[in-house]
Design a protein around this ligand. Structure first.
Ligand SMILES: NC(=O)C1=CN([C@@H]2O[C@H](COP(=O)(O)OP(=O)(O)OC[C@H]3O[C@@H](n4cnc5c(N)ncnc54)[C@H](OP(=O)(O)O)[C@@H]3O)[C@@H](O)[C@H]2O)C=CC1
Ligand SMILES: O=C1O[C@H](COP(=O)(O)O)[C@@H](O)[C@H](O)[C@H]1O
Length: 503
């Protein structure tokens, strides 16, 4: 891996503290940082280098998964960090930043490889990129890269504008757009599951799969992010990016060990094949909801409209479910159901592939207790792949059994660690390409407009529930239901079978 400078804008912020510095330190301890590197943190606050290094130390104590016992290593890591106070809207200040970057390059004999990480509010993305170019920071004898946080625009037009402006300073292959769901080990595992298992490859299509369900439910509410969230809603905060990324990763077809451009090309094909919805059609395919009051973990919680900073008349969506159809040879006719919501009953991110059951009717007639085969990929909080099959028990009856692979989460790198490592190596496989971002906004745009114009009812759902009933009806229309952990338990009680038995 090339030695380089890591220039972090927003180094005094929440994301830097909770994710970025711990990720860098963990990589350093795991010997996954370049042999030589310089880290330069930028913020508005006034800190000396020592004060800032102390602040980073505090964040490592709280958030790093690696031990801090080896004081020599800790000190070596902290010594690599410098702090520069800079107002990023002040163009002249970037000349001082360039001086500092160069000074460290000379001291450490680093090649001019520069990675710029924009961990700041999106309104600053453009000005920073432009100031990097104008100041000469982006004119290097080595490579330059830009890591950019979400949100990437707030609709199709603003995303296109932003991309056009960024592309004046950075080429597409220099831009690494973070979608932290692509850094989740189980989302990354979808690629391997598919190309490394001929049996799954053979079944990964509309001949064998009945429907696919992608869920990201959260128990938290809006927290302290009212200002941002009330203008974004679940559709922009989760659906346009994380949920559609999981859809692409689930529906793409890969046959081999793949490069970044293979994976991105396959993902693009999926988005290009999405059946577009007109604004008027949105109401029959999309459910929007907002949480009311309720109970969570035995505690009463208030409705969204009573949360601090939220207007009582807010029409913002905290829940979205959708039926998405992919019009290609692999998936034509097979619904992909996607849902995400806050203040739901459980924190769960999972993908369920439900297989067709040609013997279902026969089984019913003969009172055989079989269920559909399911492939369940749990992403968060558990990391597990389970296959539900039907098998004969000791009494000679057919019953569903579960084959599972449970990942040991202890000692697993976190999403940011995996993504920062990839960016250091210049591997863009698990970053969003502009094509993906543009096509996802394009597909979501009529939904934004239908919400804006109130063409879709806003269902209130109880906090601590599974969301609006309308989302259950969306599946019931097609003869399906959402699969949940509790469903398995219920069937278990009703049918006295041991769905959870592992083989
Ligand atoms: N926090 C999170 O969990 C997540 C954040 N993100 C995204 O990451 C980005 C950063 O978020 P977060 O860390 O939470 O934000 P914070 O508000 O905590 O931090 C913002 C950072 O920007 C700096 N900053 C603001 N204005 C200026 C300026 N004019 N000149 C120089 N620096 C400035 C602040 O410096 P100072 O403190 O010195 O004023 C601070 O370091 C955002 O795009 C957000 O959407 C994405 C996913 C999760
Ligand atoms: O990007 C975001 O993601 C989190 C959920 O992330 P997870 O890794 O905990 O599943 C969400 O709470 C937040 O609103 C959103 O901005």
């Amino acid at each position: 891996m090339d030695s380089m400078s890591f220039v972090l804008f927003g180094a005094t912020g929440d994301l830097a503290k909770r994710k970025i510095f711990p990720a860098l330190y963990n990589l350093f301890i795991d010997q996954k940082m370049p042999e030589s590197f310089s880290i330069i943190g930028i913020g508005r606050k006034d800190f000396s280098n020592d004060e800032f290094q102390n602040q980073v130390m505090q964040s490592l104590i709280t958030f790093s998964r690696r031990s801090l016992e080896d004081q020599k290593m800790v000190q070596e890591f902290l010594d690599s960090i410098r702090y520069q106070q800079l107002d990023i809207t002040n163009k002249e200040g970037f000349v001082d930043l360039l001086d500092l970057v160069k000074e460290r390059e000379q001291e450490l004999q680093l090649p001019e490889n520069r990675l710029f990480y924009l961990s700041v509010a999106p309104e600053f993305f453009e000005v920073i990129a432009s100031n990097i170019k104008e100041s000469g920071l982006g004119t290097t004898k080595g490579w330059k890269r830009l890591i950019i946080e979400k949100p990437f625009g707030r609709d199709l037009k603003t995303a296109r504008d932003l991309n056009e402006k960024l592309s004046k300073s950075f080429k597409e292959d220099e831009i690494f757009r973070i979608d932290h769901y692509l850094g989740k080990p189980m989302v990354q595992n979808l690629e391997a599951l598919e190309f490394a298992n001929p049996v799954l490859q053979a079944l990964w299509n509309n001949q064998y799969i009945a429907n696919v369900q992608i869920t990201a439910s959260e128990t938290v509410g809006v927290e302290e992010r009212a200002g941002y969230y009330d203008k974004s809603g679940a559709i922009r905060d989760m659906f346009q990016n994380h949920m559609l990324q999981m859809l692409m990763m689930s529906a793409m077809h890969l046959t081999n060990q793949n490069t970044a451009s293979d994976v991105r090309a396959e993902k693009k094909k999926v988005l290009e094949s999405l059946l577009p919805l007109s604004k008027e059609e949105v109401v029959s395919h999309v459910v929007r909801g907002q949480y009311g009051s309720g109970e969570q973990n035995g505690k009463k919680v208030v409705a969204y409209r009573q949360e601090p900073g939220i207007e009582f008349s807010s029409q913002n969506d905290t829940y979205v479910a959708a039926r998405v159809l992919i019009e290609n040879d692999f998936w034509k006719g097979i619904p992909f159901y996607i849902r995400t919501g806050k203040r739901m009953k459980e924190k769960s991110t999972r993908i369920v592939f439900e297989f067709k059951s040609p013997i279902q009717n026969l089984a019913k007639k003969n009172s055989i207790n079989n269920g559909p085969n399911l492939l369940v990929i749990e992403i968060n909080p558990n990391e597990r792949v389970s296959f539900y099959l039907n098998s004969k028990n000791v009494e000679g009856n057919i019953e569903p059994v579960q084959a599972e692979y449970f990942a040991n989460k202890e000692d697993r790198p976190e999403a940011y660690e995996l993504l920062v490592y990839d960016a250091l190596r210049g591997d863009s496989k698990f970053f969003a390409h502009w094509n993906e971002v543009e096509l996802s906004w394009q597909w979501v745009q009529p939904i934004l407009e239908a919400f804006e114009e109130n063409l879709v009812p806003l269902h209130t759902y109880k906090s601590g529930s599974f969301g609006p009933e309308a989302a259950d009806e969306l599946l019931a229309e097609d003869g399906f239901k959402w699969w949940l952990d509790t469903d398995f338990v219920q069937e278990n009680e009703n049918n006295k079978t041991d769905l959870k038995r592992s083989i």
